[in-house]
Design a protein around this ligand. Structure first.
Ligand code: ACO
Length: 336
């Protein structure tokens, strides 16, 4: 898994993002459930979240984010060979990547969905990079997009305060120099019950002796304290492992780009790794937890603000349902 040694390198050459117009602030939430702006800010750092209205599809957000990323990479949609859509909330359970391919006009691209909840972007980055590394594809579009507002229980104050909707995208290209320095991705299904959006079957007899289950998905359920403990323990470990694989030191990380779940988790992870606060990217106050979209939205904002510069080393780490978690260490931008 040492990535610099052979074959084709990877460059991350473009980013884009898109969040819905509708904003819900903490005071708005306190009209719906027993909570307050003070509680939410103190326990999570979240102040606002953007919500997709009933006419906005996941594809709408994803296509806009993707167009921006493709433009930054100075490519055209027809140049894209592969589209990977990381999402847990597709418009279509059969997959939404094909619809995005069509709407973008990415006529030669093959497209598929990848599900790994809030780790989806990091898992997608690792997956997409394999196709470049083996020389199969040159230009890959990776999108992280979720509309979890569709699946939140809006009367559960323990979860409804956390989530928002959005999409972010990056373009990965084959390059001589390799910017994906190392990664580590992990799963632990034993803790699945701590956070899920599970299918619940209801028995339906078709004919005598043939009964199937036909039901729907539950709203998101979460044991917040367990997920908190899991994140604070496992995320620093997986970052250290990826740092080791990248053959760098933690001090060489320019930006810590964590899944934007909770400011207290960001602070605790940074503290455990001795990474100073000014290297930690955080935009969760404005968007809440946008699941697979949170890392690429935060990346795109930091790139467009001029904070992240070409050649900067980024440790991106996702964590969430599955349970799943992982870290990818990469350098931003086309090689010089
Ligand atoms: N407003 C006011 N009070 C609340 C609220 C609220 N919104 N939610 C819970 N409380 C109450 C609880 O009922 C409890 O009251 P009690 O002591 O009388 O029983 C008290 O506040 C403390 O509750 P805790 O759950 O212990 O609060 P905690 O400090 O753990 O914060 C939180 C809860 C914010 C959910 C935190 O546990 C957390 O962020 N966990 C991680 C969640 C996460 O990161 N998920 C990421 C993965 S998401 C994905 O993959 C899809």
């Amino acid at each position: 898994m040492l990535l610099q040694q052979s074959g084709f390198g990877i460059a991350v050459t473009g980013s884009g993002s898109c969040t819905p117009q509708v904003t819900l602030d903490n005071n708005g939430l306190s009209q719906m459930v027993e909570t307050s702006d003070e509680w939410i800010v103190a326990r999570t750092g979240i102040r606002y979240r953007r919500l997709a209205d009933d006419r906005t599809s996941l594809c709408d957000l994803a296509v806009t984010a993707a167009r921006r990323a493709i433009e930054m990479a100075r490519l055209a949609p027809a140049d894209i060979d592969l589209i990977v859509l990381a999402t847990s909330s597709p418009d279509d359970l059969f997959g939404s990547a094909g619809q995005i391919q069509y709407q973008l006009g990415a006529t030669k691209a093959v497209a598929f969905d990848l599900t790994a909840a809030c780790s989806g972007f990091v898992f997608g980055l690792v997956t997409a990079s394999q196709f470049i590394r083996t020389g199969v594809y040159q230009n890959v579009l990776l999108i992280g997009a979720d509309i979890l507002s569709r699946w939140v229980n809006w009367s559960d104050r323990g979860t409804c305060i956390l989530f928002g909707d959005g999409a972010g995208a990056v373009v990965l290209q084959a390059a001589e120099t390799d910017s994906l320095l190392g990664f580590e991705i992990r799963s632990d299904g034993t803790q699945n019950a701590s956070l899920n959006l599970a299918y619940k079957a209801e028995s339906k007899a078709l004919i005598e002796g043939v009964t199937i289950g036909q039901g729907g998905f539950h709203p998101i359920t979460m044991n917040g304290q367990e997920i908190y403990r899991f994140a604070v323990k496992k995320v620093p470990e997986v970052i250290e492992k990826a740092v080791f694989r990248a053959n760098i030191s933690v001090a060489e990380i320019d930006w810590l780009l964590l899944h934007q779940a909770n400011q207290r988790i960001l602070d605790a992870v940074a503290q455990r790794l001795n990474i100073p606060a000014q290297k930690v990217i955080s935009n969760l106050a404005n968007y809440g937890n946008t699941s697979a979209a949170s890392i690429p939205i935060a990346l795109d904002e930091a790139v467009r603000e001029g904070k992240i510069k070409r050649g900067d080393t980024i440790a991106a780490a996702g964590f969430g349902a599955g349970l799943s978690w992982g870290c990818a260490i990469f350098q931003w931008g086309a090689s010089k």
